[in-house]
Design a protein around this ligand. Sequence first.
Ligand code: ATP
Ligand code: LTN
Length: 343
Amino acid sequence: MIQIQPKQSQKTARKIMVSAVQPSNRLTLGNYLGALKNWVQLQSQFDCLFFAVDLHTITVRQDPKELREQTYRAIATYIAAGLDPNEVTLFAQSHVPQHAELAWVLNCFVYMGELNRMTQYKDKSAKQGQNIPVGLFTYPALMAADILLYQTHLVPVGEDQKQHLEITRDIAQRMNQVYGDELFTIPEVYTPPVGARIMSLQDPTSKMSKSDPDPSSAVYLNDSDDQIRKKLKRAVTDSGTEISYSPEKPGIKNLIDIQSAITGQSTQTIVDSYVGKQYGHLKVDTAEIVAAAVGPIRDRTEEVLKDQAFLNSVLKRGAEKAGARAEQTLKTVFDRMGFIPRG
Ligand code: ATP
Ligand code: LTN
């Protein structure tokens, strides 16, 4: 992890930050605390591009109508969470064709053995059973393209994505050795101190995930206050009664982590405030804290979604800005590899 040093004075001097979420379902509290919340905090310090990676979602089957709606919803949620479309570049990955073009090149520089080690691939292919799409296997090459196209310095993601960042760095270094050191900037990962790994409310040993088939395992950012209260009340906790922060009590630890990531209080301060209290108190308080954080994002998302013309104009402007930058990198890559320049 690197130290974040804001470089202010000139806009052009700001370091480049890139991140994305798959619009494969409604976004969760895990997406918010592990990713979005940090994007909002960092947006003025960096030159930011945030997008919805619709091309990534089709590595598992998607319903076309839902995919379109979820993609709009993802961008609306970014704005509702506090990203300023005049400050940062927001777009849909499929609107910038250079992502798919560079991904092909990177596919030729990443090795089967490397891809085979990816935890996300192992998890998702196990769930898929037979007939595993090749795209699921080569997913990290497309993600590497998302990052390397923009000469990115920093990528804020949750813990689960660190492995993909490592492979991105390896591919970039490999290609820099062959085609010249300046071809790609080597990106660094930024994971938040707390909130990097929010766990499922039904199985606190696996991460909260928007594609979990059990809707009670996750708080979605468009859940009503009542749904949030019910889900937290039913959250699986551990045997015992004492509220302590330890890996042996993953359910309790998760609720404390959620509170800490939202309020900014240390986990120790939170534990201290529950001396002599029951699990039930922790659940009720966590529900209220989550509802207070999610409520305004939910309401604002619905407002933004109603204004399709505005959303389309944000997406169009974003794709134009991102496309122009992506093209510069792609041109250099194609040129150095020996492709004849396009007309
Ligand atoms: P899917 O279930 O479709 O794989 P996901 O919920 O795991 O989706 P992604 O779209 O893969 O979410 O991830 C978007 C961002 O949210 C990434 O930066 C990822 O690290 C972060 N993230 C996802 N889940 C969590 C979580 N449970 N805790 C913290 N961060 C998370
Ligand atoms: N693979 C990521 C989503 C993602 C991403 C990116 C994140 C695709 N491209 C580029 C950061 C930068 C995921 O599954 N969470």
